[in-house]
Ligand binder design. Structure first.
Ligand code: CMP
Length: 144
């Protein structure tokens, strides 16, 4: 099934200059980039995006971190992109993420885990619309 998902290089990934590496991995896998921007997340957007973690003890730090510097927000399209990209991202805790995954290869601590990826079709839809206006997404056919 062709799907879209939201992926975002977090401030630590931008600082570490791995935006290109992240794009390259998803391109090489065969997914199609249909929207992207480097941006600062506002306090309000951070609190909305991470709303499900509002009661967690790390919520304040999470919001502070995600608004601390630019992020690279992306929308990717392709066959089962939501679950396949989650596998490529790896487990939330980079110490448990397998080598070969983005977090496994580049991350070390859970609150700075390099990248965010939507975890379900519902969150993909919600997160894409939080970060992108529909005019910001492109539609083009990619030759095989
Ligand atoms: P993400 O997939 O973006 O969604 C929620 C984020 O909370 C998660 O990645 C982690 O970076 C962050 N986080 C910070 N501290 C913790 C923690 N103790 N347990 C789980 N997630 C945490």
């Amino acid at each position: 099934m062709i799907q879209k998902t939201f992926l975002m290089v977090k401030p630590d990934g931008v600082q570490r200059s791995i935006i290109g590496e992240v794009i390259s991995r998803f391109e090489k896998k065969g997914f199609q980039l249909v929207g992207a921007k480097l941006m600062h997340i506002s306090q309000e957007l951070a609190e909305t995006h991470y709303g499900e973690h509002k009661e967690k003890p790390f919520f304040g730090e999470l919001v502070k971190f995600i608004t601390s510097g630019p992020v690279f927000a992306m929308v990717w399209e392709g066959e089962n992109v939501i679950s396949v990209s989650r596998q490529m991202v790896g487990k939330t805790n980079p110490q448990e993420a397998l080598p070969g995954t983005i977090r496994g290869d580049y991350g070390l601590i859970v609150d700075k885990n390099i990248i965010h990826g939507s975890d379900s079709p519902e969150s993909a839809e919600r997160e894409i619309s939080l970060f992108f206006e529909s005019e910001e997404l492109t539609f083009y056919k990619k030759d095989a």
